[in-house]
Design a protein around this ligand. Structure first.
Ligand code: C5P
Length: 310
């Protein structure tokens, strides 16, 4: 019987993320930087639907710039499906459908969410029954942010960002996300940070190859108090992202003037994440940004990682 004859499908939803803290250390020989970060999964999701097929194929819909998303092996979801098939010696293929909401190249881990969702969906569709540990290992081979998209919630990431430990976070945090029409390339932003650091001069110490998340960040998350978290928001990539997109500083300003507690570049940008005291303030901030002609979304975190929903 052809595998394609079956109509069974699996639908998985995986969240985008904000880095509420992102410390970037030195660059390892493999080109990756040492990180100490805190991820928070937020209520902006990617949906991946997997259907039986003899070959591997992919369709993508949802985002304005969906044409920028590759449909071949450059796509992380496609790579995830093929990696799982190879690791489990599964002989068939899969037809993947991605419905995007997380901005493309936005610094919110949309591609990583697709990969995590594809792993979970194919594992269920194919009945390959991978353990959580093995799933995490495959995820980390696909990209530094993929394990977190599997995991969700709030977590500390060290190493390349892929070594995860859950962080205790109380309550709900309200964020307004300001998206951009055009994305930023993650390697370009990391490269810009290296250049900026080199220009800062020989006086500065070399960035460390191992670093920790400062305790006050973890305390703020545990307190559940957005005011406390706002004081500890930090991103080492922010200066590099603002170098590429100086206009983003103004976006943060508009958000703060409209009532946000603090604003930060999400990951490598260009999405801006504005932390708000409660849902009502977030509504005001969203309205003010929309009036200024920007695309703004109200989300909350933390939310769970990649989950089967049908
Ligand atoms: O792992 P991922 O594919 O998401 O990383 C994309 C790019 O981001 C890497 O090729 C690298 O240039 C940069 N990166 C880094 N250090 C990290 C994570 C990502 O330099 N810890």
């Amino acid at each position: 019987m052809s595998l394609a004859a079956s109509t069974e499908s699996v639908h998985v939803r995986a969240p985008g993320k904000i880095n509420v803290y992102l410390g970037v250390g030195g660059r390892h020989d493999d080109g990756y930087h040492a990180l100490a970060t805190v991820f928070q999964a937020v209520s902006l999701y990617e949906d991946v639907i997997a259907r039986h097929a003899d070959d591997f194929s992919l369709t993508v819909s949802g985002a304005d710039d969906v044409d920028d998303v590759p449909l071949d092996d450059r796509n992380l979801a496609m790579r995830a499906a093929k990696l799982l098939a190879a690791a489990t010696e599964y002989p068939g293929g899969v037809a993947l459908e991605i419905r995007k909401r997380v901005p493309v190249a936005g610094g919110m881990g949309g591609g990583s969410a697709d990969a995590a969702a594809a792993l979970v969906a194919c594992d269920a569709l194919w009945g390959t029954g991978l353990s959580a540990a093995r799933m995490h290992e495959l995820a980390s081979r696909l990209g530094a942010d993929v394990p977190f998209a599997l995991h969700g919630g709030t977590a500390v990431g060290t190493g390349r960002g892929d070594q995860l430990n859950p962080a205790l976070a109380r309550g709900r945090f309200d964020w307004v996300l300001v998206t951009s029409e055009h994305g930023l390339s993650t390697p370009v932003v990391y490269g810009r940070l290296d250049t900026l650091r080199e220009e800062e001069g020989a006086l500065a110490d070399d960035p460390p190859l191992s670093l920790d998340v400062p305790i006050p960040v973890l305390q703020a998350l545990r307190s559940g108090d957005p005011g406390q978290l706002a004081e500890t928001l930090y991103n080492d990539l922010q200066a590099a992202a603002l170098f590429e997109r100086p206009d983003l500083a103004q976006t943060i300003d508009i958000g703060i003037r409209a009532g946000a507690l603090q604003g930060i570049v999400s990951g490598s940008g260009p999405t801006i994440a504005l932390l708000c005291a409660d849902p009502e303030v977030a509504q005001d901030v969203q309205t003010a940004l929309r009036r200024s002609g920007q695309e703004a979304l109200h989300v909350h975190g933390p939310v769970p990682g990649a989950r089967i929903i049908v």
